[in-house]
Design a binder for this molecule. Structure first.
Ligand code: PMP
Length: 351
C-alpha cells in the first residue's frame, strides 16, 4: 500500500495540449507554438556548446545561469540580481507558489486564464480562489478592497482570450494585494505594453516570461522572471541547482542577443494575427482583439465544439475548452500566413 499525501491522491493533474505523432500531416494551431524556427544563432550556439565530440556535456552547467541573467538584464534594463532563469516559465510559477504559499494558504488567479496555477497550488496543498472578469469593465468579480491571499496570478495578455489589462489596472491591483502579484507575461512580446516597470515600483510584483512563444524555443524549456533581488534570492534557494542544462543556457543567450531576428519574427506574427482577425470578422466570427500569438474566436452559431471537430477532420488542430465561459469559441494559434489562409478557407467551407 502506498500512502500518498491526500491532496496528491485527490488531484487530477494537468493535461497539456495534444501533440500529434504525425505532426507534418497537421496544421498545428493548438499550443501557441511559434511557426518560425528560432534565430539561426541558437542552433550555432547549441552546437558550439556540445563541442565536436560532446566533451562539454561531461561537465555540469553554470548553476547560476549567469550569462542568461546578464543578457536579459541588459535587454530589459535591470541588474542581473533582479533576474532568474528557469526551465520554462512553468518552473517559476511552481517555485513562486512553493516560496509564498504553504499548506492551507490561499492563492488566486483570474478566470479564465492558465489553469496550471490551480494544479501547482493543489500539489502544495494551498487553497485556490478564482476571480471572474466583468464584461466591459476593468474589474475582477468579487475582488475585495484588499486581497489577503499569498499570491495573485494575472495572465497578461490574457490566455486564452488575448486581451490585455490596462497597466493602470495592474498597478491598482499591485496596491491592493497583501501578497505577491505575479504578472504572467508569457505572451507580452506580442503586445504593445508590459508590466516590467511595475517591478521597479512595487516590491510585491513579479513578472514571468517564457522563451516558448516569441523566441520559438518551446522545445528547449526556458523562462525567466524579473523581481526584487530578495524574491529572486528566495527562488534561487528553491530551484534545482542545475535547473538549466548547458544547451538551454547557450540557447537562451543566443536568442536574447539576436533582437533583430526576434523583432522580425514577432512583427510577422502580429501582422498575420491582425489580418486573420479581420478576415474572421468578415465571415461573421466574433473575435476578441488579441495581443498574443493566438486569437479567441467564436463562430456565428456560438458552437465552438462543432467547428473544432470539423477542423480536426481536416487535420487542423486548434484548442477548444469545455469550460462554460469558453465553450462558445476556440483558441487558434497564429501560424504562418499560408497556414492561416488554409485555416480560413476551411472555416468558410465548414460554415
Ligand atoms: N503561462 C501561460 C499563460 C502559458 O500559456 C504558458 C504555456 N502553456 C506558460 C505560462 C508556460 O510556458 P513555458 O513553456 O515557459 O513553461
Amino acid at each position: 500500500m502506498i500512502s500518498l499525501r491526500k491532496n496528491i491522491a485527490e488531484m487530477a493533474g494537468y493535461v497539456p495540449g495534444f501533440q500529434p505523432k504525425d505532426e507534418a500531416a497537421w496544421i498545428k494551431l493548438n499550443t501557441n507554438e511559434n511557426p518560425y524556427p528560432p534565430s539561426p544563432k541558437v542552433a550555432e550556439a547549441i552546437l558550439a556548446e556540445v563541442g565536436g565530440d560532446g566533451a562539454n556535456l561531461r561537465k555540469y552547467p553554470d548553476a547560476g545561469s549567469r550569462a542568461g541573467r546578464e543578457e536579459a538584464g541588459r535587454l530589459y534594463g535591470f541588474d542581473p540580481s533582479w533576474i532568474i532563469m528557469a526551465n520554462g516559465s512553468d518552473e517559476l510559477l511552481n517555485n513562486l507558489i512553493r516560496a509564498f504559499a504553504g499548506e492551507g494558504d490561499e492563492i488566486a488567479y483570474v478566470h479564465p486564464s492558465y489553469s496550471y496555477y490551480a494544479t501547482l497550488a493543489e500539489v502544495q496543498g494551498a487553497r485556490v480562489r478564482t476571480f471572474g472578469l466583468i464584461p466591459g469593465r476593468w474589474e475582477l468579480d468579487g475582488f475585495p478592497g484588499r486581497y489577503a491571499g499569498k499570491l495573485l496570478f494575472l495572465t497578461n495578455p490574457n490566455a486564452p482570450l488575448g486581451f490585455t489589462f490596462p497597466l493602470s489596472f495592474i498597478e491598482e491591483l499591485a496596491g491592493r494585494v497583501d501578497g505577491m502579484l505575479v504578472v504572467d507575461e508569457a505572451y507580452a512580446d506580442f503586445a504593445d505594453e508590459n508590466a516590467l516597470e511595475l517591478v521597479r515600483k512595487y516590491d510585491n510584483v513579479v513578472v514571468t516570461r517564457t522563451f516558448s512563444k516569441s523566441y520559438s524555443l518551446a522545445g528547449m524549456r526556458l523562462g525567466l522572471a524579473v523581481a526584487r533581488p530578495e524574491v529572486i534570492a528566495a527562488l534561487d534557494k528553491i530551484r534545482d541547482h542545475y535547473n538549466l542544462d548547458r544547451l538551454a543556457q547557450a540557447a537562451a543567450v543566443a536568442a536574447l542577443a539576436d533582437q533583430n531576428y526576434f523583432r522580425e519574427c514577432v512583427r510577422r506574427i502580429r501582422e498575420t494575427r491582425d489580418w486573420f482577425s479581420t478576415e474572421l470578422r468578415v465571415i461573421g466570427y466574433g473575435v476578441i482583439p488579441s495581443s498574443g500569438n493566438y486569437v479567441f474566436a467564436s463562430p456565428p452559431d456560438r458552437n465552438g465544439r462543432r467547428v473544432y471537430d470539423a477542423l480536426y477532420e481536416r487535420r487542423i488542430l486548434v484548442r477548444h475548452f469545455s469550460d462554460p465561459v469558453l465553450e462558445h469559441g476556440m483558441r487558434i494559434t497564429i501560424g504562418t500566413r499560408e497556414e492561416m489562409e488554409k485555416t480560413l478557407e476551411a472555416l468558410k467551407e465548414i460554415g
